[in-house]
Design a protein around this ligand. Structure first.
Ligand code: AMP
Ligand code: MG
Length: 502
């Protein structure tokens, strides 16, 4: 094994590296050397993500930090590791997978006077690991930009997600469907542990390791499970229930904002209920419930409207994996069952907010589901509809045609708007409209917006990427200079084919 060179790149005062999950050592993680990225250069960084780990903007100009962020050196005291996991891919047991191109440098904890949690610091695309299988350990600039932008965009939308600190690029060629160039994204999250980590040890009947992993996750992230009175006081069942509940809320947020993940394999499901592993994701343009964003998903397993059920299926895989610790299948089933109420409740609450109401009611539920039907029939642009409706709600003026103009079937949307305005009469309209403008974004990371930033970055113009990030960091504000980012997608957007290739 080669040892990566170490650098004395400093963090802000008082911030500490610690091994975090890597302290569990073998068989959970394997030390790996990171693989040098030739002649790296900074492509983009997120100032808000940097705050999470005590870095200021100057760090991205410093050559010692750039070396760390490219995987060419590790900070003093850090040992890069890759973790092992398994998983179900497209509904089929795939066996061992693991961090094939992501290495964990450790965890950064803020000094005591800082509130906030410790974050794992992970380099994606930093080279081969023992889990690379047939892969090259690399990530291309195109997919790295998509992951970077979407992580930060989701965070700004208030949707739980892993974060992205920065992208380092290189001219080194990487072979995909065509030759592209390499990049490394630094990702941050309190933990990158996946459902697949549990499946790995359970499938191999390594129950001692399974318990070590579950105890680690409970102690670090779900300490309330230790004191549970529910489920006969079984903390592992309480963990299953807590993950079920977080996943239900996450899925409700995805469906409400129109986010399609694209590869909801169990190895891409976060034990913390975070959106993770951004690959062929897409924010819907026209509202098509059956939309399949991943070109490689020929069966449509991960179509937009199937996502909530897929998450439930994935939670069953997690339950199965935890069964040696839970012991009683009836308890595990009871924990899983909470999804059936948590998901619809969370989704209806999201829809109520989209309509301007602080809480769901039978009336908001009926109206929301009715309008989703109309949006689907007429394939109306999802983001534009909700944003226009937010402005319309302030006056409910029948002469304001901005919403009805989006529909082919005018009579039906007119009837719906009338019903909606009757419901709005029960609340101050300005309050409703203000809530809607904070709930229904003006800007989402549409595929074509990402594509424009990618094409410029591939020619070493990183300005459009920085501009798009700045807009997506404040998706509920108006940005007059970038009004076009909120427009309907151009015709060429539908020809962008996004596959698993990354
Ligand atoms: P994904 O589809 O990106 O979630 O990846 C599934 C599995 O393949 C994970 O174990 C990844 O680490 C691994 N993988 C994906 N791309 C590569 C690559 N270029 N090199 C090595 N491993 C990879
Ligand atoms: Mg993955």
């Amino acid at each position: 094994m080669t040892i990566s060179p170490q650098t004395d790149a400093p963090l802000s005062q008082g911030w500490q590296w610690s091994p975090g999950y890597a302290a569990l050592g073998s068989p959970f993680l394997t030390p790996v050397p990171t693989q040098a990225l030739p002649h790296p250069y900074l492509v983009a960084y997120s100032a808000s993500a940097a705050l999470l780990v005590g870095l200021d903007a100057d760090a991205f100009d410093s050559s010692s930090w750039q070396q760390v962020l490219a995987g060419n050196a590790t900070p003093q005291g850090c040992q890069a590791t890759a973790s092992v996991y398994s998983g179900h891919q497209f509904g089929v047991w795939a066996g061992q997978l693991g961090d094939g191109r992501a290495t964990l440098l450790g965890e950064i904890a803020p000094p005591q006077q800082h509130a906030g949690v410790a974050h794992e610091f992970q380099l994606k695309g930093a080279g081969l690991t023992p889990f690379s299988r047939m892969g090259d350990g690399r990530a291309v600039l195109r997919s790295s930009i998509r992951e970077f932008l979407c992580s930060e965009a989701m965070h700004a939308l208030g949707i739980p997600t892993t974060r992205a600190l920065c992208i380092m690029g290189s001219d080194a060629p990487v072979y995909r469907e065509q030759i592209e160039t390499a990049a490394v994204v630094t990702r941050l999250a309190p933990s990158f542990i996946r459902f697949g980590h549990f499946e790995h040890f359970s499938f191999r009947n390594q129950h001692a390791e399974l318990k070590t992993l579950a105890d680690y996750v409970i102690t670090r992230y779900y300490p309330e499970c230790l004191a549970t009175q529910q489920f006969n006081g079984n903390p592992y069942c309480a963990l299953l229930q807590a993950v079920t509940s977080r996943t239900a809320r996450l899925l409700a947020q995805w469906q409400a904002v129109g986010f399609c993940h694209g590869v909801m394999n169990t190895d891409n499901m976060s034990i913390l209920g975070l959106t993770m592993d951004y690959g062929p994701f897409q924010f819907l343009d026209a509202f098509d419930p059956g939309h399949i964003c991943n070109h490689s998903d020929t069966q449509g397993r991960y179509a937009f409207h199937k996502q909530p059920n897929v998450a439930y299926w994935n939670l069953h895989c997690l339950a199965q994996a935890l069964l040696p610790l839970i012991e009683d299948p009836a308890l595990a089933t009871a924990a899983l069952e909470t999804y059936k109420t948590d998901y619809p409740q969370a989704f209806d609450a999201c829809l109520a907010a989209k309509l301007g109401f602080g809480a769901a009611s039978a009336a908001t539920q009926t109206l929301a589901h009715a309008v989703l039907q109309l949006l689907a029939t007429d394939r109306v642009d999802y983001t534009i509809f909700w944003r226009r409706l937010s402005h319309w709600a302030r006056a409910c003026d029948p002469a304001d045609a901005s919403v009805r103009d989006l529909f082919v079937n005018r009579a039906e949307i007119d009837a719906w708007l009338l019903q909606y305005s009757e419901l709005l009469a029960h609340v101050p309209r300005a309050v409703a409209a203000d809530l809607m403008l904070k709930t229904n974004p003006q800007y989402v990371l549409r595929n074509h917006l990402g594509e424009v930033a990618i094409q410029a970055a591939q020619k070493k113009d990183f300005v459009p990427l920085a501009q798009l990030l700045a807009v997506l960091e404040h998706p509920f504000d108006e940005h007059p200079a970038y009004a076009s980012y909120a427009d309907f997608p151009p015709d060429w957007a539908s020809s962008i084919a996004i596959s698993c290739s990354s």
